[in-house]
Design a protein. Structure first.
Ligand SMILES: N[C@@H](CCC[C@H](N)C(=O)O)C(=O)O
Length: 269
């Protein structure tokens, strides 16, 4: 079966988008997603995005990490999908329903409400997620936020000085995090500006992580370190994040279509 795809990215966090809204595709599984995402033998991407019909929203977005694991949320892909859809839409994800709206060549996304309870992150046992009594090789007292998917956040004086490629996989797979975790290393520049690098669960170092920017901004706001609207600078560029009085997180930033193509489904199965 010949299948069309769209290659897209948000600040260099790249996606293969398959659209099964009008006509169904063969069932997606972990091995097929991993094969499509492979950068040497597949098309190559950080996340595979599968659009399907939805009973509760305008359409459904399923998200598969580079390693094939299916996950709940992806901020940068939400903006890419808004661009592809071309108008405002409510999108069902397994992390909740989000609202997307194309804006200035990118999109604005209502990412929903953050969760802070230890069992909503989740972590393995009860603890305060604002200042967790844990540490890894000099990285101490992180916070944790679930913004549809799980994030742990460390504030450091210089995010570039942390060997995230080495410590990221160790923290991602620590037994403290039963569903693994996205690892955010952030520096507060001033009350309107955060610098951030992310080791993504199931994808490794990416140029940007939208949910990581949301989780880090909300955590910094909870700690009183920044205002309720901030710019988060990632290696791939800037995102604007706001946490409103109604407890909803808003993310605004660019999205880009790179190219379109097609492939034979069996080639990757
Ligand atoms: N790149 C994404 C996040 C993708 C999912 C994440 N790796 C997870 O496993 O939760 C973003 O822009 O948010």
């Amino acid at each position: 079966m010949r299948v069309d795809f769209t290659k897209m990215h948000g600040l260099g966090n790249d996606f293969v988008v398959l659209d099964a809204r009008a006509a169904p595709l063969p069932a997606m599984d972990e091995a097929t997603a991993r094969a499509i995402a492979d950068r040497r033998t597949g098309i190559g991407c950080d996340q595979l995005i599968l659009l399907e019909p939805s009973d509760t929203a305008d359409f459904r977005m399923r998200i598969f990490n580079h390693d094939g694991s299916e996950v709940e949320a992806c901020g940068n892909a939400s903006r890419a999908v808004a661009l592809l859809h071309g108008s405002a839409a409510r999108v069902e994800t397994s992390g909740g329903v989000i609202a997307v709206e194309p804006r200035n060549g990118g999109a604005s996304v209502d990412m929903g409400e953050p969760r802070f309870d230890w069992d909503a992150i989740p972590v393995a046992y009860a603890m305060d997620t604002l200042r967790m009594p844990v540490g890894w090789e000099g990285l101490e007292a992180p916070g944790a936020v679930n913004v549809g998917n799980p994030h742990v956040i460390f504030f450091v004086p210089d995010t570039d000085a942390i060997p995230l490629g080495e410590i990221g996989p160790e923290i991602e797979s620590d037994p403290l995090f039963p569903e693994r975790i996205n690892v955010n290393i952030a520096t507060i520049v001033d009350r309107q500006h955060i610098r951030l690098r992310v080791w993504e669960r199931g994808a490794g170092l990416t140029r940007a992580c939208g949910t990581g920017a949301c989780a880090t901004a909300v955590h910094a706001m909870r700690r009183g370190l920044v205002e309720r609207e901030v710019t988060v600078t990632l290696p791939g560029g800037d995102l604007e994040i706001a946490w409103d009085e109604g407890n909803r997180i808003h993310m605004t930033g660019p999205a880009t279509e790179s190219f379109r193509g097609s492939f034979e489904w069996g080639d990757f199965a």
